[in-house]
Write a protein that binds this ligand. Structure first.
Ligand SMILES: [Zn+2]
Length: 235
C-alpha cells in the first residue's frame, strides 16, 4: 500500500485519539466534581450541625429557666402555707415539700450553668469556624462552576471532532475503513503506527528484518505479521 492511501486513515485515527482524550478529560472532570460536591456536603453539614446544636441549647436553657421559675413559685406557695398550718404533721409534710423544691432548684441551676457553659463554648467555636467554613464553601462552589465550564468546552470540542470525523470518513476506502473500525474495536487505538527500531509499537513484536528493510527501502505501508496493524517507517 502507498502512503497516500493511509494518510486519511491516519488523520481519522488522530481525530479518534483526540475524541478519546476529551472523553477521558470529561470523566476526570466528573470525578473531580463528585469529590468537590462531597466536600461541600460535609463542610455545609459541619456548620448546620453547629447551628442546630446552638438552637437546641438555647431551647434547653429556656426550658430549664422556666422549670426553675415553676419550682420557685411552688416553693413560695409552700412557704406561705407553712405560715398557716396548725398541725405538726402538716407542717412536717410542708417542710419536706419545701426541701424537695429547694433540691430541684439547686439541681436545675447546676444544669442551667452547664448548658450555658456549653452554649458559650459552642458560640466561640462557631465564631472561629464560621468564616473559615463559609470561605471554603465559596471556594468549592467556584471550583465546581469552573469544572462545569471546562466540561462544557470539552463536550463542544467532541461535537466538532465528530463532525470532522464524518467528513473524513467519506474520503476513506470502504474496505480500509471497516478494517480500521474492527481493529479499533479490538485494540482501542494505535491501528496505524510508525515502526520504532524494527518493533511494532502496537503489539511490541519485532517485525522480520526482511520486511523492515523493505519498508525502509520502499517507504511502503505494511501490516504487522503479528497483530495485523498497519505499520509505516516514515510518511
Ligand atoms: Zn503488531
Amino acid at each position: 500500500m502507498k502512503k497516500e492511501e493511509i494518510k486519511p486513515l491516519l488523520k481519522l485515527q488522530e481525530i479518534d485519539d483526540e475524541i478519546e482524550r476529551m472523553n477521558r478529560r470529561i470523566r476526570r472532570i466528573e470525578e473531580e466534581i463528585g469529590e468537590f460536591e462531597k466536600e461541600l456536603r460535609t463542610t455545609r453539614s459541619e456548620l448546620e450541625n453547629m447551628l442546630r446544636r446552638e438552637e437546641e441549647l438555647t431551647r434547653l436553657i429556656k426550658e430549664t429557666k422556666e422549670r426553675i421559675e415553676q419550682e420557685e413559685e411552688m416553693l413560695r406557695r409552700t412557704e406561705e402555707k407553712m405560715n398557716f398550718v396548725r398541725k405538726d404533721v402538716e407542717y412536717k409534710s410542708l417542710l419536706r415539700e419545701k426541701s424537695k423544691h429547694e433540691d430541684n432548684i439547686l439541681k436545675l441551676s447546676y444544669e442551667l450553668d452547664e448548658l450555658e457553659e456549653k452554649l458559650m463554648d459552642l458560640r466561640k467555636r462557631l465564631e472561629e469556624r464560621r468564616p473559615v467554613i463559609e470561605r471554603r464553601i465559596n471556594e468549592i462552589e467556584e471550583e465546581i462552576s469552573d469544572l462545569y465550564e471546562e466540561k462544557k468546552l470539552a463536550e463542544s470540542k467532541i461535537k466538532d471532532l465528530k463532525l470532522r470525523r464524518k467528513t473524513e470518513v467519506e474520503s476513506i476506502d470502504k474496505e480500509l475503513l471497516s478494517f480500521y473500525e474492527e481493529a479499533k474495536a479490538r485494540f482501542g487505538s494505535k491501528i496505524v503506527v510508525q515502526i520504532e527500531e524494527g518493533i511494532c509499537p502496537g503489539c511490541g513484536m519485532k517485525v522480520p528484518d526482511v520486511l523492515f528493510s523493505k519498508m525502509i527501502k520502499e517507504n511502503s505501508i505494511e501490516r504487522c505479521p503479528n497483530c495485523g496493524r498497519y505499520i509505516y517507517y516514515r510518511l
